[in-house]
Write a protein that binds this ligand. Structure first.
Ligand code: NAD
Length: 481
């Protein structure tokens, strides 16, 4: 596999980005960066401590005194510059994501194009969002909430950083960013784009460090007004709890166990490739993955056969190969987690249709797992209830549409749902009854102006478009007698 960084040239990243410059880390702990395709060390990063974090927060606080009063046009101009800087480096952003994280190159490129485009989407949304409304002798303005703490996971780090920064900038907030420490190399390319966009000093500060050190300081610091977090349910809950002490505003984008309903009249030639793509996207390490496939009993044997044939078009392997659909898991921990769930599925009585435990042949060097499809799954089995975050699909059979809707909604999550059927009117009817922040009909569809976020344990608040900007704004009314 292509090695961008050779072993004898391993570098240690020692800086954080504070107040518009790269500054040496005060924290001294060093962490290895391990390439998931072959478990080689490809870099090292010196992790920030609380002192680095406080310096970044102070810089953001100083910058807010100016940027908090910026006009729509000034913010729009910065968003356009960010778009241009990111659009110019799509290849580098993609290569870094593939190398450090291991997702298939085709997927990474789409995500990095989205990361560049989200700045223009935020600009469009900003123009559509009235920041002042008045009636009679009352005037309401939407004020930037203050310094925003942005915290991201490893599964699409650069995209989430861009999405959060775009909304924060559109709202007039300054930012202290804690990327996933597992995404340190990708973050360097991301930062090069930010630098090229020539932002006011202190608008965007980035400290790379552990969640329980840097993340915890951001959550407890009284100078941070708002947290926008993407990650696990457990950490999301701790942020809500710990942030309450300083009355943090929070946006939490958490996990999912999304249902994908095949309706009775579904065209399997279209729906099975789409459903496998939805289940296996980002090597299954996707919060929006459709991991519960609900199938009418009358179509079950045809679905099984179609899956057996179609899965051959989703090869696992070298993520730099454009034909690869599934790359390695990000870490040993994630590899072990997926194996544990596959074992649990077998123990609880589900039947392995394809895949199973262990590494695929010839891919023993990395954290590769076998894309696995279970049939005979009951919705109360662990593999149907918990987020696996790997390429594991559970097929659940249903008797009628009401039962499909009941099973789809019988989950503690509510991030995304999918409905596939030939009669679109009927598919819309079903979609309207699903408890999820987004429901996609007949495919994997995205719209950067549509709200993104979850019901129930999938989180609090929404990102993207005007919804995402409003999450960084505080309404203020001035009333005259
Ligand atoms: P994680 O919750 O372990 O970590 C996410 C981020 O939070 C990391 O930067 C981490 O360092 C930081 N963190 C950890 N402890 C913290 C603390 N005490 N205070 C503040 N920050 C802390 O999640 P992960 O393993 O990086 O990512 C996988 C999870 O993310 C999955 O559960 C997945 O569903 C979720 N996810 C959700 C979305 C979404 O938009 N809903 C998107 C992608 C991933």
């Amino acid at each position: 596999m292509k090695a961008l960084i050779k072993k004898d040239t391993i570098k240690t990243l020692t800086t954080h980005y504070i107040d518009g410059v790269f500054v040496e880390s005060h924290g001294r702990e060093v962490m290895d960066i391990i390439r998931p395709t072959d478990r080689q060390i490809i870099g090292r990063v010196m992790l920030a401590d609380e002192e680095d974090t406080r310096r970044a927060i102070a810089a953001a606080k100083r910058a807010f005194t100016g940027f908090g009063g910026s006009t729509k046009e000034e913010r729009a101009e910065i968003l356009r510059r960010l778009h241009e800087a990111f659009a110019a480096r799509i290849n580098d952003l993609t290569d870094a994501m593939v190398e450090e994280y291991g997702a298939p190159a085709v997927f990474c490129r789409v995500m990095m194009e989205s990361a560049a485009n989200i700045f223009l989407s935020a600009e469009k949304a900003l123009h559509e969002l009235p920041l002042t409304r008045s009636w009679g002798k009352t005037t309401v303005t939407l004020e930037p909430v203050g310094v925003a703490g942005l915290i991201t996971p490893w599964n699409a780090n650069s995209f989430f950083l861009s999405a959060k920064l775009a909304s924060a900038v559109a709202a007039g907030c300054t930012a202290v960013i804690k990327p996933s420490e597992l995404s340190s190399l990708q973050t360097q390319v991301w930062l090069a784009c930010v630098q090229a966009a020539n932002l006011p000093n202190g608008l965007c500060n980035v400290v790379i460090g552990r969640g329980d050190v840097v993340g915890a300081e951001i959550v407890r610091n009284p100078d941070v007004a708002k947290i926008s977090f993407t990650g696990s349910v457990a950490v999301g809950k701790s942020i809500m709890r710990d942030g309450a002490a300083t009355m943090k505003r929070v946006t939490l984008e958490l996990g999912g166990k999304s249902p994908n309903i095949l309706l009775e009249d579904v065209d399997l030639d279209k729906a099975i490739p789409t459903s496998l793509a939805i289940a296996l996207m980002n090597s299954g390490q996707a919060c929006v993955a459709g991991t519960r496939l609900l199938v009418p009993k009358t179509r079950l044997s045809a679905v099984k056969e179609a899956i057996r044939e179609t899965i051959l078009n989703f090869p696992v392997g070298d993520p730099t190969n454009p034909k690869t659909a599934v790359g390695p898991m990000v870490t040993q921990k994630q590899y072990d987690r997926v194996q544990t769930y596959i074992r649990k599925g077998i123990e609880e009585g589900a039947e392995v249709l394809v895949g199973g435990e262990g590494r695929p042949r010839g891919l023993e060097a990395g954290y590769f797992v076998k894309p696995t499809v279970f049939v005979n799954v009951k919705n109360d089995m662990t593999i149907a209830r918990e987020e696996i975050f790997g390429p594991v699909l559970s097929v659940i059979a249903y008797d009628n549409e009401d039962e499909a809707i009941r099973i789809a909604n019988d989950t503690s999550f509510g991030l995304h749902a999918y409905v596939n059927g030939t009669d679109v009117g009927r598919a819309r009817q079903v979609a309207s009854q699903l408890l999820a922040g987004r429901v996609a009909i007949n495919g994997l569809v995205d719209d950067q102006q549509a709200p993104f976020g979850g019901f129930k344990n999938s989180g609090v608040g929404r990102e993207f478009g005007t919804y995402g900007i409003e999450a960084f704004l505080e309404p203020k009314a001035i009333l005259e007698s």
